[in-house]
Design a protein around this ligand. Structure first.
Ligand code: ARG
Length: 459
């Protein structure tokens, strides 16, 4: 018999039971549901809504149930409908009448949001930890490569030389913003919704602040109708994860390219690659491909829940039950992605020589040659044109800029002197880029310092 059977004169359809049940998904909330019920029951007895000894019995039994659940001793199936019903049924099975009091002054509508808030809070903090660890790994990689020169790209064409440390720190900056977004999200998560009941609050003289204290919430929600309708904190989480995954997918793509035989800038560790069933020579970057690929589902989860909530009338509607699959899936994806990317960065090999070699072609110092002309009094736009001509000449004669003689240079502009070669050397191209945030070693060191300080001060 269902806990809400009273009003019904016949059984629900089997196919509807399956359709209606969320237990296979929300079973993940078991522990949070118990913690929430414990706090609720303690409040009920503190407020003399149920006798103290009964409160204690319920609380102790809830802990026993949780224990049994962890040991895999709680059986459940579709007919249990959802995790809230399962736990209440189990309680009543064990302590009879007293167990039937647990749901006083509460509805599943505020109960489910409570569970979700507790769940999101824990996951939010864990994701923040994982992001911090990843930033840390990137900083270490940057420190090991403080002098490693590579081509920087725009349009995936060689553009200007940069330090590999500078390049990889770009991802640390994205992750720093991600981290701050998760911290912001924590504020909307960490409020107590319990006591909103079905939608209108309750007639019992409850103490929502007491529950908030017990569960270490920073406050209580302000409007019971909003509270049972609100999934903004989940949407924020889904957005933050989508954005995070978008960042990770770009990193994945970069490293997939850098790992190719064409580039050979890095070599991924065997532990994160797979072989081919037909081509014996293959070592494919599957882990990174999956980071890139799984990003799609996190976008889908965000759009999915936004769509569920769009135009939904106040307050609670069963549509909202759909929120959990999106949430669990995104969190699971983000956790695994962060851990795997971290391991990949820790274990990959950086081929400094190949990065440097790649800078020798592609006229990567052409901007610097134009800048050189500017130092000799040529206006930048004219300098740009002259260097364009020089590059064309080099292509026709299969030479790089530094392979030209001073005489050849002078044919294009008589202001070019012997000192040009030093000026356009890769090391000097890098060293001279000293505008704040640029790629010179001293500014990259500054960037690392700032990031370290950010992490130190972060709590
Ligand atoms: N399983 C439901 C959910 O996840 C719990 C709330 C059910 N509330 C209700 N009035 N039927 O949303």
């Amino acid at each position: 018999m269902k806990l809400w059977q009273g009003r019904f004169s016949k059984d629900t359809a089997r196919i509807f039971d399956e359709f209606n049940a969320s237990i296979m998904v929300d079973i993940n909330l078991f522990e949070y549901d118990v913690m929430g019920s414990v706090a609720h029951v303690k409040m009920l007895s503190k407020c003399d809504i149920i006798p103290e000894d009964e409160g204690k019995l319920i609380v102790n039994t809830l802990y026993e149930i949780l224990n049994d659940f962890k040991e895999g001793k709680i059986e459940f199936d579709m007919s249990d409908e959802d995790v809230h019903m399962l736990i209440e049924k189990e309680l009543i099975k064990r302590i009879g009448q007293v167990g039937k009091k647990v749901h006083t002054a509460r509805s599943r509508n505020d109960q489910v949001v409570l569970d979700e808030r507790l769940f999101c809070r824990e996951k939010n903090l864990y994701l923040q930890e994982l992001i911090k660890n990843l930033i840390d790994t990137i900083i270490k990689l940057a420190e090991e490569n403080i002098d490693t020169i590579m081509p920087g790209f725009t349009h995936l064409q060689k553009a200007q030389p940069v330090l590999f440390s500078h390049y990889i720190l770009a991802y640390a900056q994205m992750l720093k913003r991600d981290l701050l977004r998760f911290r912001q999200n924590f504020i909307s998560i960490n409020l107590n919704p319990l006591g909103s009941a079905a939608l209108a609050g309750t007639t019992f003289d409850i103490d929502r602040f007491f529950v908030a204290d017990q569960l270490e919430f920073d406050g209580v929600t302000e409007n019971s109708i909003d509270t049972v309708s609100d999934r903004d904190f989940i949407l924020e989480m889904l957005f933050n994860i989508a954005m995070l995954q978008m960042h990770l997918s770009r990193l994945a793509e970069d490293f997939i390219i850098f790992n190719t035989d064409e580039f050979r800038f890095i070599e991924l560790d065997d532990a994160f690659c797979s072989g081919s069933s037909i081509m014996p020579q293959k070592k494919n970057p599957d882990a990174l491909e999956l980071i890139r690929g799984k990003t799609g589902r996190t976008f889908g989860n965000l759009i999915g829940l936004l769509t569920v909530l769009k135009a939904l009338p106040l307050s609670y509607n069963k549509d909202m039950q759909e929120d959990k699959e999106f949430l669990f899936d995104s969190i699971d994806t983000a956790e695994k992605s962060l851990i795997i990317v971290n391991e990949i960065l820790k274990t990959l090999k950086v081929n400094k020589e190949n990065m440097l070699l790649a800078c020798k072609s592609g006229f990567i110092n052409a901007t610097d040659l134009a800048d050189y002309l500017v130092t000799k009094g040529v206006a930048f736009r004219d300098a740009h044109f002259v260097v364009g001509n020089i590059v064309k000449y080099c292509i026709e004669n299969n030479k790089s800029l530094e392979e030209l003689s001073t005489e050849e240079f002078k044919r294009f502009c008589d202001k070019i002197e012997e000192d040009v070669f030093k000026f356009i050397s890769l090391e000097n191209c890098i060293k001279r880029r000293k505008s704040y945030g640029a790629t010179s070693p001293e500014l990259v060191k500054k960037q690392i310092e700032n990031l370290k300080e950010f992490l130190r001060a972060y709590e």
